[in-house]
Design a protein. Structure first.
Length: 488
């Protein structure tokens, strides 16, 4: 468990947790009063018992941290406070944290205005695409190219596709060069996602264990841990999409093109993409979401596990991916119990937050994005994603590098409570975050502000999803569990 590292516990002490003293634990060879037995048989029996005992101790080492997390109270030398009597508490509390400015807010820059029309790319990218189109000899109609998405479901922008198709088909650009161009990557600023700012990470996350990897991904994009990069090849012919995706074709195309308009993916014809031998097209599926019909809503699954043995996941050395474990659910209950013990009479509240499109913020290096392609429904067009898409075996680990950076920022902050400095506490599970704290002075506002700043620091302003944020409440739903703080 990520927040409860495997800590060895003694078998002969009375205080847990304590240093590992397995060697001093008495062996059953000593404890057991064995009956009188022939010497030859006795020696074999003792050897067998000793070997078995060593196996027991070895297994205990592997699960000791689970035992500690479940049954053993954590030692806590922080002060407890005298009980107070409060009037009937409010069921919810609203703070002004949402109205406070953040040092880490990022302006929306993925657009520009050219000839009075709003475009879906920054001006520098627009000019670079115009220059590239001239080099490959494809028309670039200034009044109608790279426009922002209109109202209603997204449809493939034919003019944009024709330009990007020509760039992908040209060996001077290809998939990697076209994606880098579209994302605005230059020699002076190679960042694939301009909302990620490694220079801020170096200052505000200096003690984060995965700081170097975090900064490297933000600077250039992640490099997938391929089993053998030199032999990676795409499957031909490319697989067809699943029936569910075809049923909700309009919905699937709309969701996929949303990433295009946000600068995270490029589109072209399948013929142009397939000129690159490393281009891998994986099938899309659409599964029901919250009981709604597929033609109304659904969740896209990019099946990177098929076909067996030849898929993107099969070519990935998943064991080399970053650690993707998170906090155990029991830590929420333990936090409530700890606050109740240390602050008797004070009202405890929880707040739920969600990192918007968590996986979509983590960019893939342009040279490796060709592995994350797919065919758009009911057309000869395709799409290549430049992010750690959900469905890839390594995406949870690389996404966790960013999610745990938010957690690190939050937990390294502290604030004065009743005369003592108290660190902020949080529970994290992938993109879900839970804060649990007491209502005293402006503690709730400070904790919420710290969380908002942490998400914006790591992901930029787009990482904060106000629609998935809840107020401070005594009854909440998190990680599939209904929690009622007064009853915990």
């Amino acid at each position: 468990m990520d927040s409860f590292p495997p800590t060895d516990l003694t078998l002969s002490g009375t205080r847990w947790p304590c240093p590992p003293l397995y060697a001093s634990a008495q062996s059953p060879v000593i404890l057991l009063q064995l009956p009188h037995t022939a010497a030859s048989i006795l020696s074999d029996l003792l050897a067998h018992v000793a070997a078995t005992w060593s196996i027991v101790l070895r297994e205990l080492r592997q699960v000791a941290h689970l035992v500690r997390a479940r049954f053993v109270q954590l030692s806590d030398d922080r002060p407890s406070h005298p009980p107070v009597t409060r009037v009937r508490p409010h069921s919810r509390i609203f703070t002004s944290a949402a109205d406070l400015p953040s040092w880490f807010d990022t302006p929306a820059t993925r657009s520009c205005c050219v000839r009075g029309r709003t475009r879906c790319v920054p001006r520098a990218v627009f000019d670079a695409l115009q220059s590239a189109a001239s080099r490959v000899g494809v028309p670039f109609p200034m009044d109608s190219v790279f426009l922002t998405a209109g109202p209603g479901p997204h449809v493939v922008p034919a003019i944009d596709l024709r330009i990007l198709d020509a760039l992908v088909a040209d060996c001077r650009f290809g998939i990697s060069g076209t994606l880098a161009l579209f994302r605005g990557q230059t020699a002076t600023d190679p960042r694939p996602n301009k909302a990620l700012r490694p220079w801020l990470y170096r200052v505000h996350l200096a003690s984060y264990p995965n700081l170097d990897l975090l900064c490297a991904i933000a600077q250039n994009g992640l490099i997938p841990p391929w089993k053998d990069p030199s032999t990676r090849r795409g499957l031909r012919p490319t697989p067809a999409n699943y029936p569910g995706a075809r049923t909700g074709a309009g919905l699937v195309v709309d969701k996929l093109l949303a990433d295009y308009y946000k600068g995270r993916a490029i589109i072209a014809t399948m013929e142009a993409f397939e000129r690159d031998p490393t281009f891998q097209s994986s099938a899309f599926a659409l599964v029901p979401k919250k009981g709604k019909p597929l033609h109304l809503d659904g969740r896209i699954i990019h099946d990177l596990s098929a076909p067996d043995g030849l898929s993107v996941n099969a070519q990935t050395a998943s064991e080399a991916s970053p650690d993707a474990t998170w906090d155990p659910f029991v830590s929420i209950a333990r936090r409530i119990c700890e606050l109740r013990r240390r602050y008797p009479g004070y009202t405890i509240y929880a707040m739920i937050a969600d990192i918007a499109e968590a996986f979509h913020h983590v960019p893939v290096h342009a040279d490796h994005a060709s592995a994350f392609g797919g065919r758009l429904l009911c057309s000869s067009h395709g799409i290549v994603s430049g992010m750690a898409i959900f469905g890839w075996t390594s995406s949870p680990g690389f996404s966790a590098v960013f999610g745990k950076a938010v957690r690190h920022y939050l937990r390294t902050g502290q604030y004065l409570v009743l005369g003592h400095m108290e660190p902020f506490w949080s529970f994290h599970w992938v993109d879900d975050i839970v804060l649990v704290d007491i209502d005293v002075d402006d503690r709730l506002q400070k904790a919420e502000k710290r969380l908002r700043d942490g998400v914006k620091l790591v992901f930029g302003s787009d990482g904060w999803h106000e629609g998935k944020f809840t107020t401070w409440s005594r009854v909440f739903h998190a990680v599939g569990i209904d929690w009622n703080i007064p009853d915990e």
